[in-house]
Design a protein around this ligand. Structure first.
Ligand code: DAT
Ligand code: MG
Length: 151
């Protein structure tokens, strides 16, 4: 079993709409382990680094303005296959194309207000965890029901 870690963030629309527990709960009840959690309003510098891959896209400045507009809940989740699985739980980028049962499929309509971010692969996950969290903000722990989760 290969444990992975991925970066997930509830965007300002998710926080403002009171969806923190709903969204966080999808990952918790799935069975992934929360190893990092904090709320912050991202700086412009952080947002521009985070979305650097999109810097030449027409929506970039609006995206940075939006993500820095209020509190974000930043998380690191750990588990087997968590990077790809989190993307499945999140659903397609365009919420109207996201399947019902996914977070975006159930909770959002507009691509510019799609409530959540999740790393799209191992390299992005490593980069984003390092960008958003200090090493000492990540917690190594063993859930007391660990033996029920594996095998
Ligand atoms: P994802 O968040 O599913 O990884 P992405 O990396 O392609 O999607 O884009 C990052 C975010 O940028 C996305 O969640 C919402 C916004 N975005 C993407 N395409 C957009 C578009 N055509 N118009 C407006 N916002 C867009
Ligand atoms: Mg992306």
């Amino acid at each position: 079993m290969t444990l992975e870690r991925t970066f997930v963030a509830i965007k300002p629309d998710g926080v403002q709409r009171g969806l923190i527990s709903e969204i966080l709960g999808r990952f918790e009840t799935k069975g992934f382990k929360l190893v990092g959690l904090k709320q912050l309003t991202p700086s412009k510098e952080l947002a521009e680094k985070h979305y650097g891959v999109h810097k030449d896209r027409p929506f970039f400045s609006g995206l940075v303005d939006f993500i820095t507009s209020g509190p974000v809940v930043a998380m690191v989740w750990e588990g087997e296959g968590v990077i790809a699985s989190a993307r499945k739980l999140i659903g397609a980028t365009k919420p109207l194309e996201a399947e019902p049962g996914t977070i975006r499929g159930d909770l959002a309509v507009n691509i510019g207000r799609n409530v959540i971010h999740g790393s799209d692969g191992p390299d992005t996950a490593a980069f984003e965890i390092d960008l958003w969290f200090q090493k000492n903000e990540l917690v190594d722990w063993t859930p007391s029901d660990q033996s029920w989760r594996v095998e």
